[in-house]
Design a protein around this ligand. Structure first.
Ligand code: GUN
Length: 283
């Protein structure tokens, strides 16, 4: 059986690192970093994520603000709130939880956030920076995935890496980060003809599709590092990933569980990104 990558423990270590940094920064600059999280509507999953983000910020000792807007809020009003936060010298990071209600243009909202406060790394200028190889804010989940892979000690140089999923939030950016480490990259997706034939080549397999049990043990290369980004609910309402853990754990060298794998890392890296924005703004 493969080794389990303990995202909970690794994220705790990152949050403790941030906690020590926050204390130092407050002493040095006389002000704590501050993260502002905006949620629109009452999507239950989003409410849990947002609560956990604010809780993590509180744990690290940084300041946090939560702005909860009703589902009916107009795009104009949301953009006005963001404009005010962009101007607010006391706010270092702005995060608008996705997805947004259908009447609001997500792209417009993301691009309204000042790139300097874009702790998600979703703004077009940060995305461009990532793809051009500039030192810029990296999206939280991909950054967390790289930390998890690094915890295994596997050297990515020259390895075959397969990412299943091509979202702007996970698939595309994590593919670029793996490429930056000199892995040979393939992005597979819902239209990939023979998914198993592709995933079986992977020394490192990242699955971010949102389909429970999509990847089974017969689709995994023996000894591979398997990272499961899925957050699905099974018929009993339990959280489960895109990877069938039981069959894949038998074949993989390392594997992340759900829950307790990638999820907590996203939040820990958000804390790191907030510090980064703070430092860029204060210096
Ligand atoms: N919804 C799902 N993942 C994310 C994320 O990383 N950031 C934001 N803002 N919304 C999300």
């Amino acid at each position: 059986m493969g080794m389990i990558i303990d995202g909970k423990a690794i994220s705790q270590a990152v949050k403790d690192e941030v906690r020590a940094e926050v204390a130092e920064l407050e002493t040095k600059f006389g002000r704590k970093p501050c993260l502002c999280v905006i949620i629109v509507g009452e999507n239950p999953a989003s409410q849990v994520y947002v609560r956990n983000k604010v809780k993590a910020a509180e744990y690290t000792g940084m300041g946090s603000r939560l702005i909860a807007l009703p589902a009916e809020v107009s795009e104009e009003e949301l953009l006005a709130q963001i404009a005010a936060l962009n101007e607010d010298a006391g706010v270092d990071g702005i995060l608008v939880q996705l997805p947004l209600p259908k009447h609001i243009d997500e792209e417009k909202v993301i691009d309204a956030i000042s790139p300097a406060k874009d702790v998600d790394g979703f703004h077009a200028s940060n995305v461009a920076g990532l793809w051009l190889g500039k030192d810029c804010i990296v999206p939280c989940t991909p950054a967390g995935i790289m930390r998890l892979i690094d915890s295994t000690g596997v050297d990515l140089c020259g390895k075959t890496a397969v990412v299943v999923g091509r979202s702007n939030i996970v698939g595309k950016p994590v593919a670029k980060l793996l490429l930056d480490r000199n892995a040979t990259m393939t992005i597979a997706h819902s239209r990939t003809a023979d998914l198993g034939a592709v995933t079986r080549q992977a020394d490192v397999l990242v699955v971010a599709v949102g389909k429970a049990g999509l990847v089974t043990g017969d689709m995994v290369k023996p000894g591979a590092v398997v990272i499961d980004v899925g957050m699905n609910r099974d018929s009993a309402g339990r959280l489960c990933g895109d990877v069938d853990f039981t069959s894949c754990a038998d074949v993989a060298g390392w594997i992340t569980p759900v829950p307790g794998g990638v999820g907590p890392m996203t939040i820990a890296m958000l804390m790191k990104n907030t510090i980064r924005c703070y430092l860029q703004r204060i210096q």
